[in-house]
Design a binder for this molecule. Structure first.
Ligand code: HEC
Length: 109
């Protein structure tokens, strides 16, 4: 439901606002983030799979998220699930999604 609303807002922005291109990185990051939310559970901080340890990434720094994704992608941080995720991301996707998650702030609920 929430995702549908976000998608609708995103689509509306793209359709009506020529200025939206200036925010393209954050918006593209938000789009990439839809996949991540299934496991990382943002914005409700709950895990979809209770048997998993899934770290919170909302509010972690851009640099940390970016470094983690590069490490998963190149295999220097070993985790099959996150390797599979990161493997689908371009450098640009990683930068944008890191900016997006960092922009959500760091509330500790
Ligand atoms: C299928 C479930 C799943 C999906 C989808 C998923 N992740 Fe993860 N993610 C995990 C798990 C499990 C870990 C913990 C891995 C470990 O122990 O190193 C993790 C770890 C991370 C970390 C490291 C966090 C830390 O505190 O060190 C980052 C950053 C991250 N994921 C980002 C993403 C992004 C961005 C996406 C979307 C492109 C994504 N994840 C999609 C399950 C998932």
């Amino acid at each position: 439901m929430l995702y549908r609303i976000l998608q609708a807002v995103l689509l509306a922005l793209m359709l009506v606002s020529p200025v939206a291109a200036e925010d393209a990185d954050l918006e593209q990051g938000r789009t990439v983030a839809f996949t991540c939310l299934g496991c990382h559970g943002i914005p409700f901080h709950t895990n979809v799979y209770p048997t998993y340890f899934v770290p919170r990434i909302k509010g972690q720094t851009e640099g940390y998220i970016r470094a983690a994704l590069h490490a998963y992608r190149d295999g220097s941080r070993r985790h099959p699930t996150m390797h599979a995720q990161a493997n689908t991301l371009s450098d640009e996707d990683i930068r944008n999604v890191a900016v997006y998650f960092a922009s959500l702030g760091g509330s500790r609920r």
